[in-house]
Design a protein around this ligand. Sequence first.
Ligand code: BV8
Length: 229
Amino acid sequence: MEKIVILTGAGISAESGLGTFRDAGGLWQRYPLEDVATPEGFVRNPALVHEFYNARRAQAAAARPNPAHLALARLEAARRAEVLIVTQNVDALHEAAGSRNVLHMHGQLARALCHACGWRWEAPAAMSPRDACPGCGEAMTRPDVVWFGEIPHGMERIEAALVGAGLFAAIGTSGQVWPAAGFAQLASAAGAHTVELNLEPSAASADFDEFRQGRASEVVPAWVAELLD
Ligand code: BV8
């Protein structure tokens, strides 16, 4: 059975109302990346980090999947190919749309992690630096997300899937964050056909065989319909 690997970024959730990182007015403009998305920033000012992620967790909890998320769930449910979604997003919109085979390489807003002992649990709606870890009791709890300088989850599984893929697609990602930005090159070198679906060309566009321009809620359903017809 053919294997399809689909990398998604903030652009697939933009039409569900969740901010992207680098578009005008994006989250990073309001919160400097080094203060809220690095381990050093967390140690320096955990309250600011929790403020940033509590706001995003509330936003994500109120968001609904859009036609792009739903189309990818249809592609998996059709069982014509083995579909793996590798998402850089920390929202749960792929799961809410019905996708089952989802790998959150940058972690998930809905999970909490103890910076002291590595314990993981379901995150409360709002986290604070005073929360004690259910595992070790230390007050070093953080969102279970992968910050800059930290190792993304599932890299071995992702690399194996890319090498075995017949088709690789990247949806709504600016191709600026590594190692995700290098996935198209890996897939292409292993013989996959590569497609980029984005509002505009990304930093990685040159690595793709095909480019489909437009809003995810329009171009993704059209692309999936073609694959299934
Ligand atoms: C690692 C946390 C080693 C959770 C994120 C130099 C100095 C220091 C470091 C580095 C360096 N060079 C490279 C690095 C490594 C660094 C990196 O890449 N830095 C960059 C900035 C240069 N990477 C790391 O540190 C990573 N770890 O490398 O460890 C290693 C490597 C390999 C193997 C083992 C170990 C860790 C990176 C993870 C960082 N954490 N998030 C959170 O808060 O969410 S990154 C953050 O950016 C999010 O995860 C986000 O998903 C991700 C990427 O952004 P995008 O998803 O692409 O979103 P963006 O806003 O950028 O773009 C939106 C796109 O959507 C645009 O293209 C737009 O056109 C499009 N769009 C908008 N609307 C729509 C749309 N498309 C369609 N429809 C629409 N409606």
